[in-house]
Design a protein around this ligand. Structure first.
Ligand SMILES: N[C@@H](CCC(=O)N[C@@H](CS)C(=O)NCC(=O)O)C(=O)O
Length: 208
């Protein structure tokens, strides 16, 4: 049995953050597919695993963890990689994890869901989300003009978290042409040994 079991589905950028970390770290892991589009994450069985009713969950020898940021933090500690190298960088990693969860992933994931899976058309809500996404992209673009990775010269879990939905940008209908520093950063992430696209790393639903 693998050391880590990741409850996930390939369309999930949040699950991808954990899967990518596991793969980049050469960890012994296996995916456990969650039938998200049939609401498996709201079943009694799944709620026993994660009372938040969210994907991902990582099963480990220390216990089960949910929230991708918590999972990344745990793995960085346990596997001793992709951590901040000093006190300032450690806080910088946390700063960007919070930013990602609040302003970056949250709006982008919802925008992509509405456009690609919900097929809602360009409603007022979609237009609002598009504005929030492009605003946060500008912030990240400015930040990355000065550095190769989120905290500086080396990759950390902040990069792994922030890039979670950026390999689905076609589905979100966001064009990177206006964000060359983000595009270059993504190319750097793709060269890390063990990088794979989310659709190659986790089981995919038949309906997506
Ligand atoms: N902040 C959480 C977000 C997790 C999340 O929202 N996951 C989605 C799938 S990508 C989900 O399970 N949504 C179900 C729901 O919101 O009820 C994390 O980083 O893990």
């Amino acid at each position: 049995m693998a050391r880590y079991k990741l409850h996930c589905f390939a369309e999930s950028g949040n699950a991808y953050k954990a899967a990518l970390m596991l793969n980049l770290s050469s960890a012994d892991w296996q995916p456990v597919w969650v039938d998200f589009f049939n609401q498996a994450h709201k079943s009694d069985e799944y709620l026993q695993l994660n009372s938040l009713g969210e994907v991902p969950v990582l099963e480990t020898e220390d216990g089960n963890f949910s929230q991708s940021g918590v999972i990344l933090d745990h793995l960085a500690d346990r596997l001793d990689c992709f951590k901040g190298k000093n006190e300032v960088d450690k806080r910088e990693v946390l700063r960007w994890l919070f930013f990602d969860n609040h302003k970056f992933t949250s709006y982008l994931a919802t925008l992509r869901f509405m456009r690609h899976f919900g097929k809602t058309g360009e409603t007022e809500v979609v237009k609002f989300l598009h504005g929030r996404v492009t605003g946060s992209f500008s912030t990240v673009e400015n930040h990355l003009q000065e550095r190769d990775f989120i905290v500086g010269s080396y990759p950390t879990i902040a990069d792994i978290s922030m890039c979670g939905y950026l390999f689905f940008l076609d589905e979100a209908q966001i064009d990177l042409a206006s964000y060359p520093a983000i595009a270059a950063w993504l190319e750097r992430i793709k060269t890390l040994p063990g990088w794979q696209h989310p659709y190659d790393l986790m089981p995919r639903s038949a309906v997506s």
